[in-house]
Each structure stands twice: as C-alpha cells, then as structure tokens.
Design a binder for this molecule. Sequence first.
Ligand code: SF4
Length: 334
Amino acid sequence: MIGTLGSVKHHLLAIGSAKVTGISPPLSPASHAGPGLGIGSSVFFSDGISRVRLIMDESSPVLILNAASSAVLTFESPEGPVSVAGFVEDVGCHCPKQAYLTINEGCIFSCRYCNVPTLDKHIKTPDEVESLISDAVKRDRIECISLTSGVIGTDLEEEDRLFAILERVRRFGLPVGVSVYPTPGLAKKLYDYGVVEVKFNLETAADELFAEMCPGLNRSKIVDSLRESVRVFGKNHVYSNIILGLGESEAEMRVCITQCLEDGIIPVIRPLTPSAGLAHFRSPSADEIFRVSAFLRSELRRFGFEPSNLTMCEKCAGCDLAPMTDIREEVRGK
Ligand code: SF4
C-alpha cells in the first residue's frame, strides 16, 4: 500500500523507531528537549503534510531509505506492507523549523517517566542560548523559538533566568513559546514580554496518577496557571501535554480532554515513550493512539478551537498524532 504519512502515523508512533539507510540524516547538536532526551538520536520524516519523529535504531522494523532530496519509509502494518514517499527533514535545534531549547538541563523533581533528572545539571546562559539559536538559523529555516526547562532553583531564580533569556532572544524577531513549570502570575508576565503561546504540562489524565508519577509537583497549581493563561493569552494559544499510556483508563483520558477544552486549554496527547522509571511500561498501541486523537479532533471541532500552532510541540507534532492534520480523511467530521 502506498500511503500518506498521516494515515499510518499511529502505527509508527506505536513502534517509535526507524532504521535509516542511504544518506545519514542531519543531527541537531543541541537536541536537548522532549521525550527522546537521553534515549538516542532521532530522525524527522515528512511527506509535506505530516511529520513523525522516530528514534534511530538499527533493529527497527521501520526502514527509511534516504536519498539526496527524497526518502521512502517502509514497514509492515497490520493491513500489509506500507510505503510512504517523503523526505528527511533538517533540524534546527531539537526539531525542524524551530530553535527549541532546554534552559535547565537537570531537574530537582523526579517524574517517573522523565530522563532529565538523571542528566548532569547544566544551566544555559543567555550567551549560550543566543549562540545555539544563531547556529540553528544557519542550519535550518527557523520559524520560531521555543523554550522549556527543568526546575533547578527557586521560583524567583527560575523566573530571573527565563526572563534574561527572553530579553536576549528578542533580537531574532521570531514568535516565542514557553513551556515551564509555572509560578503564579507567570502567564501575565510572559504575555507582557511578547511571548505568543504557553504550554504548561498536566502530564497525567487524572489527579491520582499525577501524585504517583510526579511526586513533589502540584497538579492543581498547573491547572490554575493554565486557566490564568487562557484569560491572558485567549483561546487557541494555551496548551498542555497529557501523556497517553501512564495507566489511565480511556474514559479518564476522554474526561481530561473535554475538561481541558471546557477550560480553553488545548491538550497535546503524547504517547508514552517508555524510559527512566517507566522503562518497563509498554507504549500505547496504534489503535489507542488513533482512538484518543480522533476523539480529541471531534472535541476540538465541537468546542470551536483553531489551534494557533506557532511554536513548540503543537507546531512540530513529530511525537503525536496531530488531530487536525494527521487524521485520515475518511474519519474527518466524526
Ligand atoms: S513534538 Fe515536541 S517533543 Fe516531539 S520532537 Fe516535536 S517539539 Fe520535540
């Protein structure tokens, strides 16, 4: 079967990896953000509409044959052999078209699914961030700057560090999105500084699961910050990653999606990449990924959302089945 990437992406996300032959894909020297952190190098494959990020693995059942300006992705899906024509993308910092940077590598918290706390702690200076963005601009056509961070210092220290970097990146004149562990009042300060979007991650679909997965962090504080962000940034500019596969039921995931949208928050449903303390977990199945994304699509339409997609994961969508671009034509409108 010759397919579009969107129509088979749920299978690829469930597999999570690819073996690349032919020309070696471009690697970002600054790939220090996202769920693949500490897991291995990634390749970004696109068919011009959809994009998928896969961890490079010689033993993967997914094969990408990469030529000078095109590539073919092949694998065996449950419906038979699949072939997708496309290309391997250049990477700015971390992902295509973006300078997506982690300010604090390292974290004082220990969320069970996350590799960041195991890394040697390093805090990027404004000079370092500026230099990485300048290099990314030379490598790729950067369209935005996205900033994330582990938590290393006090609330005040973290804010000072973030705003020093925001001040420095102004000179690039690009849209800036911010995804950090929020402090009260942060949304308004970010908005006043010209930040266009925020993503504060709820991580789990249910409160009890959060307490188990993210000890020491406060989910209701994140909910408050998200609601405050919607008041400040408006609908379509406030996002939250929710991890699929942490042990929530599908009913809990659906309730969480609807609750987020009622509050004006767009959930980004992220299939679990088992690692760190959850290395023994299984990735969600292709069917689970598809069903939840199709539900999100129908709810986005029901609540009249049009995600702005200017920065961060919502723009990239390499790790998620993006409901508005990836879902197959035949289920659109459901
Ligand atoms: S979807 Fe988000 S975490 Fe995944 S590669 Fe893109 S920017 Fe990184």
